[in-house]
Design a protein around this ligand. Structure first.
Ligand code: NDP
Length: 292
């Protein structure tokens, strides 16, 4: 059976490290990192994420600024809020929770965030910096996956990695990060031919698809590492809601060398990396050396 990669425990350690860095910033420099989260509308999943982001920000000793706007908020109003947050010296990180209601242009809004405060790493400048191997803000979920992989493998150089999914928020930045660590990267998507045989080549599989249990055990090379980013809400045998990943855990765990569970794998890493990015942004804004 595969080793279970305990993202929950890893994320807890990362949050402790962040809290220690925050305490040091306060003690040595009188600076408290601040994170502003903007939620437009009342999407239930987004509301849950925003609540836990606020809670964990405060637990790490940082300032949390929550801006909950109605679903009818105009683009002009949202852009004006982002501008205020860009100019606010107490705010070091800004996150606009996606998806936005359809009448709002997400690209325009994200690209209006000061790239130095773009702790989600979605601003076009940060995307370009990451793609060219320069210092940037790195998207939180792929960063969390990378930290788990580095912890497990040490070096990823020369590993065959297959990323399933090419979204701007997970698949593409994940592929860039793996490439940055000298893995040999294949990006698969809905038009990929014979996906099972592509996946079977991989030493590292990252599944970011949004389809419950799509990746089966017989797609996995023996001993491969499987990182399951998927969060899919389905109905369990007792009629209750259950979360499942994009990987069929039971069959994949028979073959893989290591695997992340859902929940408790990649999920907790995302917010921990968001907190770490906020501290990094705060250090950069104040000309201080960044935490490792
Ligand atoms: P998107 O819907 O934006 O992208 C899904 C990708 O999967 C697309 O590139 C799509 O290909 C590809 N895809 C869809 N069907 C297939 C298929 N049959 N075979 C191969 N590829 C396919 O999703 P996200 O990237 O935003 O999210 C992916 C998953 O990760 C979701 O379950 C989401 O909930 C989860 N997630 C988890 C986070 C966490 O914190 N753990 C954070 C963010 C997301 P194409 O481009 O061709 O359409």
């Amino acid at each position: 059976m595969a080793q279970v990669i305990d993202g929950k425990a890893f994320a807890a350690k990362l949050r402790e490290k962040v809290a220690a860095e925050v305490a040091k910033l306060k003690a040595d420099h009188g600076i408290t990192p601040g994170l502003a989260v903007v939620l437009v509308g009342e999407d239930p999943a987004s509301s849950v994420y925003v609540r836990s982001k606020g809670k964990q920000t405060v637990e790490a000793g940082m300032k949390s600024f929550e801006h909950k706007l109605s679903a009818e908020t105009s683009e002009e109003e949202l852009l004006a809020l982002v501008k205020r947050l860009n100019e606010d010296p107490e705010v070091h990180g800004i996150l606009v929770q996606l998806p936005l209601p359809k009448h709002l242009n997400s690209d325009l809004v994200i690209n209006s965030i000061d790239p130095a405060k773009d702790v989600d790493g979605f601003h076009i400048s940060n995307v370009g910096l990451l793609g060219t191997g320069q210092k940037s803000m790195v998207p939180c979920t792929p960063l969390g996956c990378l930290l788990l992989l580095r912890d497990l493998h040490g070096s990823l150089a020369g590993k065959d990695a297959v990323v399933i999914g090419r979204s701007n928020i997970v698949g593409k930045p994940m592929a860039q990060l793996l490439l940055g660590d000298s893995a040999t990267v294949t990006i698969a998507h809905s038009k990929t031919k014979d996906l099972p045989s592509v996946v079977r080549r991989a030493d590292i599989v990252v599944a970011a698809v949004g389809r419950p249990k799509m990746v089966l055990g017989d797609w996995i090379k023996s001993g491969a590492t499987v990182i399951d980013v998927g969060i899919n809400r389905t109905t369990g045998p007792n009629g209750k809601d259950v979360l499942v990943g994009d990987v069929d855990y039971d069959s994949a765990a028979q073959v893989a060398g290591a695997i992340t569970p859902v929940p408790g794998g990649v999920g907790p890493m995302t917010i921990a990396c968001l907190l770490a990015n906020t501290v990094t942004a705060c250090c950069r804004a104040n000309g201080l050396s960044e935490p490792e």
